[in-house]
Design a protein around this ligand. Structure first.
Ligand SMILES: *[C@@H]1O[C@H](CO)[C@@H](O)[C@H](O)[C@H]1NC(C)=O
Ligand SMILES: *[C@@H]1O[C@H](CO)[C@@H](O)[C@H](O)[C@H]1NC(C)=O
Ligand SMILES: *[C@@H]1O[C@H](CO)[C@@H](O)[C@H](O)[C@H]1NC(C)=O
Length: 316
């Protein structure tokens, strides 16, 4: 397997591959499906804490690093019996989109039964984060055209903004809303939408049409955030600019996976029997094709979240 060291990858203007992923263990606690998720099995968690712990990574995720910077002593998944609002609670459930089952069903797009859409979060959200791009990823991997998925964008933005408005009404004063990562670089998208046309790819090997869609979506979100800031001038609402390049050399292969150009096969996911891993996840950005490695998450947090915190004069 070709390994490109991560050293130079995330240093400099390389926000390209970044996405805040905040599921620290809710998805494996959603009954009855949670117990069968790959994230409950090795090699998940091998870098930290050594055993699977519900995170979709070999270790921590960027939100763990950010939470420490915000001064949260310990963040618990909201489905954990130990969840306590005094420490901050994370509602994110991996593989969940923003929009709900009804929206996608009426358009013929399947989302997993265990997905917990944003509108289910109710009134208790404490910290806004994590929009993983699943509202774009599910329809694209099920054969929907870029043009069709583009029509979903205003719905997604409206849902995100309305959830944010709820949080503000509850008293939130500092909100970071991340844009989508460029899904056109992700192993699971590259595998699902192969093209024989070399011009379909940019110089990194990412799918241009998908990343253009993400840019469109992020522009729409930013405009909506500007509008929301006018509505609430006393609330600090920040956009997480995770979609901006240019980027350096990276490997677009999943570290934990098997098959194809991108080491990814949705039927033989990381954690399945016979799916091998290599020796050093720190050299990779992508852990399992959809999620990032511990090392990538840590670097992303240092580059993107810490500067935002110092802007706000808010350090741990
Ligand atoms: C929950 O808290 C108990 C007691 O503090 C602790 O022993 C246990 O490990 C915790 N469980 C989880 C899943 O964090
Ligand atoms: C932002 O507000 C402007 C002016 O009211 C409106 O035309 C535009 O559609 C809004 N954009 C979004 C994304 O909500
Ligand atoms: C990226 O890698 C290719 C092939 O290994 C190399 O030719 C190119 O110079 C590298 N580009 C950068 C910006 O490092």
């Amino acid at each position: 397997m070709h390994i490109i060291p991560m050293g130079p990858i995330l240093i400099g203007p390389t926000q390209a591959l970044l996405a805040l992923v905040t599921d620290i263990g809710n998805s494996v606690r959603v009954h009855p499906w949670g117990r069968s998720h790959p994230a409950t099995r090795l090699p998940y968690g091998t870098t930290f804490p050594g055993t699977p712990n519900g995170r979709w990574s070999d270790g921590l995720i960027d939100f763990d690093f950010a939470a420490a910077d915000f001064g949260f002593p310990q963040i618990t998944p909201y489905l954990s019996r130990n969840a306590s609002s005094s420490n901050g609670v994370i509602f994110s459930v991996a593989r969940s989109p923003v929009l709900d089952h009804h929206f996608f069903k009426s358009r013929g797009v399947k989302i997993p039964p265990y997905a917990v859409p944003l509108n289910k979060l109710g009134n208790s959200l404490i910290l806004m984060g994590d929009i993983e791009g699943n509202d774009i990823g599910y329809p694209l991997t099920q054969g929907k055209s870029i043009n069709e998925v583009q029509t979903y964008v205003p719905y997604v933005t409206r849902a995100q903004i309305s959830a944010t408005r709820e949080v503000i009404k509850m008293g939130a004063k500092l909100i970071i809303i991340p844009g989508n990562a460029p899904l056109g670089c992700y192993p699971y998208i590259l595998t699902a939408l192969p093209s024989n046309d070399p011009t379909a790819y940019d110089n990194l090997g990412c799918l241009k049409s998908v990343n253009d869609l993400i840019t469109f979506k992020n522009n729409n979100l930013q405009q909506a955030i500007i509008n929301l800031s006018r509505e609430f001038p006393n609330v600090n609402i920040m956009y997480g600019p995770f979609d901006e390049g240019p980027y350096a050399n990276i490997t677009l292969k999943a570290y934990c996976g098997i098959g194809g150009k991108y080491n990814y096969n949705s039927k033989r996911f990381c954690g399945s029997r016979g799916v091998r891993v290599c020796s050093n996840p720190d050299k990779y950005i992508f852990w399992d094709g959809l999620h990032l490695t511990h090392e990538a998450s840590s670097r992303i947090e240092r580059i993107l979240i810490q500067p935002a915190l110092s802007t706000l004069n808010c350090t741990s």
